[in-house]
Design a binder for this molecule. Structure first.
Ligand SMILES: C[S@@+](CC[C@H](N)C(=O)[O-])C[C@H]1O[C@@H](n2cnc3c(N)ncnc32)[C@H](O)[C@@H]1O
Length: 365
């Protein structure tokens, strides 16, 4: 049975055009302007579907602010400099970052805030939280103005649509979303083809087992290439933090989350968050081919510790009530936990060629 107005819309498209790529399904489920997940929902936080690092502790955004300030120094303190965030969510990270930046007045004065956000409800929330910083919104990375830039993005890449391919014989077949006889969305396979084979990363193309599934994220690769080319011509640096993998692809990683629980990706499109793990190797290759230097990935916990997470927590503790101290301690421990977020999440930095190693990236993985 098809659930909801968006389900009906996707079903009509499948009847008219045939099965959709997983990426086309994911893009509609997340961003349909009327009924997509990000058009309708308030997804982030304990009351939402998932929680993110900036929502766990202010220390996260503050330390990313410190990272930006240090890199700004390496860039020769450009003024003005674009401070861009991709997918700012509720605006918590950038709010904490800008509060921390106020301690370095020249840096704070130089920043021109730009937010790349597709979701209307989240833009409204950002407007509410960040109005004092006079942000400029754009819908796409390509719409950011030229010039020196510092860019940050936490859990943005995992929200970009992925395509999936299955190894069949010497070729690969694309996994698609279709309707079954009972009008339910189901995964099917297109015909194995040499064209699909060429879209699969070279490392897996001839070595993956029969039936193995590989994901590619064309939007993430295009973004990495565009940032690489930009940093060749305009000084800049970008810090991405996300979960993902480096070498052997883990199989299909597309997941749906509702109220912090995994649910079916296909049952009720638009009512659950969809995300997929980031292929850091492919992202690095695309950014390097574009012209940027790439550092990392390093574990989130190592980056935050190198930037002084414990020291910052101790300074905040000194002025906190016992209950605030407990919240602070548990938040920082969670962000740095080597058995949890501290290692599951990884940071990768793209920077203009010729700059020194960015802070926190000389610590190994
Ligand atoms: C998982 S949330 C992360 C939010 C925030 N960075 C945080 O850490 O709390 C993904 C964010 O990216 C935005 N987003 C997703 N896809 C986008 C796209 N293609 N273009 C612009 N924004 C997008 C969402 O609306 C949301 O703000």
């Amino acid at each position: 049975m098809i659930v909801g107005a968006l389900g009906q819309k996707i079903a009509r498209r499948i009847r008219a055009e045939g099965p959709l790529s997983v990426a086309a399904y994911m893009a509609m489920a997340l961003h349909d302007p009327d009924d997509g997940y990000y058009a309708r929902c308030h997804p982030i936080g304990t009351q939402g579907d998932f929680i993110t690092a900036p929502e766990i502790s202010q220390v996260f955004g503050e330390l990313i602010g410190l990272w930006c300030a240090l890199v700004w120094g390496e860039l020769d303190r450009p003024d003005p400099v674009i401070l861009a965030e991709l997918g700012p969510g509720r605006g918590v990270l950038i709010g904490d970052l800008l509060r921390a930046a106020a301690r370095i007045p020249d840096f704070r004065r130089a920043l021109r805030l730009h937010l790349v956000e597709a979701s209307a409800p989240l833009r409204a929330e950002q407007q509410h939280r960040l109005a004092q910083f006079e942000p400029i919104w754009v819908s796409r990375f390509e719409d950011l103005p030229d010039g020196p830039m510092l860019l940050v993005a936490n859990e943005f890449l995992d929200a970009l649509p992925v395509r999936q391919f299955v190894r069949r014989g010497a070729d690969w077949a694309e996994r698609l979303v279709a309707l079954d006889g009972e009008n339910r969305f189901v995964f099917v396979e297109g015909p194995p083809s040499p064209v699909a084979r060429l879209l699969v990363p070279e490392a897996s193309r001839d070595t993956a087992a029969q039936g193995a599934v590989v994901e590619i994220c064309p939007a993430a690769l295009a973004l990495a290439a565009a940032l690489g080319a930009r940093f060749l011509h305009h000084p800049g640096a970008a810090l991405f933090i996300d979960y993902g993998y480096l070498s052997s692809p883990p199989g299909p990683t597309l997941r749906a989350l509702r109220r912090h629980r995994a649910v079916s990706e296909l049952a009720a499109p638009g009512t659950a968050d969809l995300s997929a793990h980031v292929d850091f190797t492919a992202f690095t290759e695309a950014a390097r081919a574009g012209g940027a230097e790439v550092y990392g990935p390093v574990a989130q916990g190592r980056l935050l510790a190198a930037l002084g997470a414990w020291e910052r927590a101790a300074a905040l503790r000194a002025r906190a009530t016992p209950s605030q101290q407990r919240t602070l301690d548990s938040g920082v421990e969670r962000l740095l936990d080597p058995g949890g977020m501290g290692s599951q999440f990884k940071a990768i930095a793209l920077i203009s060629p010729g700059l020194p190693t960015p802070p926190g990236f000389d610590t190994g993985r």
